[in-house]
Write a protein that binds this ligand. Structure first.
Ligand SMILES: CCCCCCCCCC(=O)SCCNC(=O)CCNC(=O)[C@H](O)C(C)(C)COP(=O)(O)OP(=O)(O)OC[C@H]1O[C@@H](n2cnc3c(N)ncnc32)[C@H](O)[C@@H]1OP(=O)(O)O
Length: 225
């Protein structure tokens, strides 16, 4: 096993938190994340006078000093509580603790479907007034991956193919995906991102459970212990 795989494995953690403890954390950190996300948008668009910008920076510096007193030493990783509740709270597309995430709240169906209605503000701009194409890819990667996982055939993105059919506006958007077919260890998922005028980006993704996970799973299944 390579060092990078071993390091990755350490970031999948069963920390045994109860559902109640997880709810308490979500109630505390969710609003913090929302506040920081709003701050990103305000910092982007503010036109107050110079002294007010400098005063705001002092307040932000104080908040940073408070929060950095005690920190997780590295990436958040993926954690599971005692009941099996999964927290990918650092995820760049959907993480509850990640202010960079739009965030996506994805509805999943065990038949291999996923969908989300979400809002992209000015911080996700690419072409003037439009969504950045890389952000569309981020959203579709996550929603297609969620469909694969919901259908019981999860994996990492091996290939993501996008067709940008029309410009994607900022604002209210919708994305959805479904498993199209399984080909051995590959899960092929299709989906799209749509705005008020219809589909903007079509996507097809190939999701593959990494070899080290497949090896571990088959060892577990065949191991009588
Ligand atoms: C554990 C679940 C985690 C879920 C996380 C979801 C996060 C959100 C989505 C992401 O952001 S994932 C991050 C972006 N993706 C990556 O970083 C993946 C990096 N690449 C890899 O880790 C490996 O290359 C990969 C797991 C995709 C494949 O490695 P394997 O060693 O498992 O592949 P293998 O050589 O055994 O090939 C298995 C099959 O897949 C095919 N294949 C391999 N790489 C491929 C590829 N890149 N695209 C399409 N097909 C691919 C390969 O031809 C073969 O097809 P056949 O079975 O038909 O012969």
């Amino acid at each position: 096993m390579t060092d990078s795989i071993a390091h990755q494995q350490q970031l999948y953690v069963a920390d045994g938190l109860s559902d109640e403890e997880i709810a308490q954390q979500a109630d505390l950190y969710g609003p913090l994340t929302d506040s920081v996300r709003e701050l990103i948008e305000i910092a982007l668009l503010t036109e107050v006078d110079d002294p007010e910008v400098r005063a705001a920076m002092e307040h932000i510096e104080s908040a940073k000093q408070l929060l950095r007193k005690q920190m997780i030493p590295g990436p958040y990783g993926v954690r599971w509580g005692a009941s099996g509740q999964k927290r990918a709270w650092g995820n760049a597309a959907a993480g509850l603790r990640n202010a960079i995430a739009p965030p996506l709240v994805i509805d999943c169906d065990p038949d291999g479907r996923a969908s989300t209605d979400f809002h992209l503000g000015s911080a996700y701009e690419g072409p003037a007034g439009l969504t950045h194409g890389g952000v569309s890819a981020l959203v579709l990667d996550q929603v297609l991956g969620a469909a694969a996982e919901a259908g019981g055939a999860p994996g990492m993105t091996g290939t993501l193919t996008l067709r940008y059919r029309r410009p994607t506006p900022l604002g209210a958007l919708h994305a959805e995906a479904r498993i199209d077919r399984l080909e051995g260890v590959k899960t092929i998922v299709v989906g799209h991102l749509a705005g008020p005028d219809g589909v903007c980006v079509e996507a097809e993704g190939v999701f593959i459970l990494p070899r080290w996970v497949r090896d571990r799973n088959s060892a577990t299944v065949s191991d009588p212990v």
